[in-house]
Design a protein around this ligand. Structure first.
Ligand code: NAI
Ligand code: MG
Length: 502
């Protein structure tokens, strides 16, 4: 089937999904569903149709304050942090099992809410969310401090050791591109460390976070440990970040808002981790199997409609194979033709919102104005829903906005290079530093580039491979701190040093 044959009809929702969409808008505070203090609502759209399918609460200042107070009380009385770590681990495993047991329903909700294909949500988002929780649960009982012999005083006179303590009340603000996965990636280390939290999903995609709250209640977490508040960033998010009773902020989203949050958090010196934007390079060396590398480069940008912080949005292919790589990516594009999220054939869905559609289309227009040529795609194939065809731009230069800025859509810019040092320089010519893909069988080239590229993750012969055990985060303006792995729990712990005179 070619792109133009696609019919943009979203299949019917399941009964379980319809029930969820019809629910009374409420917030999950102190272990119970509760009404907002006012009746403002946020409309939830299905991006596959552009139609409003649900309404959720638009948390007021009072609601935010109640959620923070619940998390504060739950932290301060030790109902979570003072539990034996094994009990925290068990509760987390129960939650992971419940998510697993509801995987099909959650995948459908994610597809309806975000527009990503249900098959992708079922293959990636939900199992990854589960593994984030399972992995971090295992750390709950392994967070010991250290003993250290003093360095500058005589031995036997002093004794020192460290304690690791939970940092306190965490505010966790997540974006709309992997809603449940990002939520679980955030709550998992906080819970393992003994923190309590308020989770705010993105206003575009609140559904799975709300369903997660049901599962939190079912898993038997003490009241107030996990609170879920739906609301807008500039109101609820802003108030959460500035709240004096909050100890730590974890945020994933745009670099601009990350900077703004950082400034707000500093007023009360909150602990801060930021996972922000990227403009990740994909480098194809001359020795590769071109067909395989081109398929990989296409997935690197078209997966999740390019709405991925590590999307491989800058393609650099060696001059000797550039034309063939470009052709290969263009040939892969029809396989990524967007379809409604519940269409079982969909590899790629629409963008999340009309706002994102406008943003992506205006980048494509700017690229064309600047002289880029469209190898494939470049258009929106339907008047309803927020679809953009997979797009490849060539004849670009490093000054163009399509090369410099995060587009967050299925748009890749392709450039040639001649040698390794040149491509390393080009890859690093960005304010971002989140990820990079290198395609080669040449071990020396692989390791040399892995060393030269300034990015939090470098992939070899794959892209966007993420695992709960491996630290993830950004260099430069792609963020502060790391999530996942042992390093991912550190930001949720304070270190206390105890020094005793003997
Ligand atoms: P955003 O950064 O505004 O929103 C992300 C989250 O931050 C949402 O939960 C939002 O409610 C919250 N937020 C917004 N303003 C806030 C504030 N003042 N205080 C506290 N929380 C706040 O991202 P947006 O507007 O949805 O997308 C804009 C661009 O950001 C995208 O085009 C993309 O380039 C980038 N982005 C990057 C993501 C990533 O994974 N790195 C995820 C989402 C967006
Ligand atoms: Mg925004």
């Amino acid at each position: 089937m070619t792109q133009s044959d696609t019919v943009f009809v979203q299949p019917a929702y399941s009964e379980a999904a319809r029930q969820m969409l019809a629910r009374k808008p409420q917030l999950f505070i102190n272990g119970a569903w509760t009404d907002s203090s006012h009746d403002a609502l946020i409309e939830v759209e299905d991006p596959s149709t552009g139609k409003v399918v649900a309404r959720v609460a638009d948390a007021s200042d009072k609601d935010v304050d109640r959620a923070v107070a619940a998390a504060r009380a739950a932290f301060d009385d030790g109902r979570w942090s003072a539990l034996p770590p094994m009990e925290r681990e068990k509760a987390m495993i129960r939650l992971a099992d419940l998510i697993d047991a509801h995987a099909d329903e959650l995948a459908e909700l994610e597809a309806i809410d975000n527009g990503k294909p249900k098959t992708m949500a079922a293959a990636v988002d939900i199992p990854s969310a589960v593994s984030e929780i399972r992995y971090m649960a295992g750390w709950a009982g392994k967070l010991n401090g250290e003993t250290a012999a003093p360095y500058a005083v005589p031995g036997g006179k002093f004794f020192g050791y460290t304690l690791r303590e939970p940092v306190g009340v965490c505010v966790q603000i997540v974006p709309w591109n992997f809603p449940l996965l990002m939520a679980c990636q955030k709550i998992a280390p906080a819970l393992a460390a003994g923190c309590t939290l308020v989770l705010k999903p993105a206003e575009q995609t609140p559904l799975t976070a709300l369903r997660l709250a049901d599962l939190v209640a079912e898993a038997g977490f003490p009241a107030g440990v996990i609170n879920v508040v739906t609301g807008y960033g500039e109101t609820a998010g802003e108030r959460l970040v500035r709240h004096p009773d909050v100890d730590k902020i974890a945020f994933t989203g745009s670099t601009d808002i990350g900077k703004h949050i950082g400034r707000n958090a500093m007023d009360t010196m909150k602990r801060l981790t930021l996972e922000l934007g990227g403009k990740s390079p994909v480098i194809v060396m001359p020795d590769v199997d071109v067909a395989e590398a081109a398929t990989g480069a296409a997935s690197a940008i078209f997966f999740n409609s390019g709405q991925v912080c590590v999307a491989g949005s800058r393609l650099y292919a060696h001059r000797s194979i550039f034309d063939r790589v470009l052709e290969g990516v263009a040939e892969a594009a029809p396989g990524w033709a967007p379809r409604p999220a519940l269409d079982p054939r969909a590899q790629m869905g629409p963008l999340v919102s009309g706002e994102q559609l406008d943003r992506v289309m205006s980048y494509i227009a700017a690229g064309k104005r600047d002289g880029a040529s469209v190898v494939t795609g470049g258009d929106s194939p339907s008047d309803e829903g927020y679809y953009v065809n997979p797009t490849v731009l060539a004849d670009v230069n490093p000054q163009m906005s399509v090369v410099r800025e995060e587009i967050f859509g299925p748009v890749v810019v392709a450039q040639r290079f001649d040698d390794l040092d040149e491509v390393a320089r080009a890859a690093n010519d960005t304010c971002y530093g989140l990820g990079a893909g290198v395609w080669t069988r040449d071990l020396a080239a692989m390791h040399t580039l892995a060393g030269k590229i300034k990015a939090g993750t470098v992939w070899g012969n794959c892209h966007a491979m993420v695992d709960a055990a491996l630290p993830f985060g950004g260099y430069k303006q792609s963020g502060i701190g790391r999530e996942q792995g042992r390093q991912g729990i550190e930001p949720y712990l304070e270190t206390k040093t105890v020094i005793l005179r003997l």
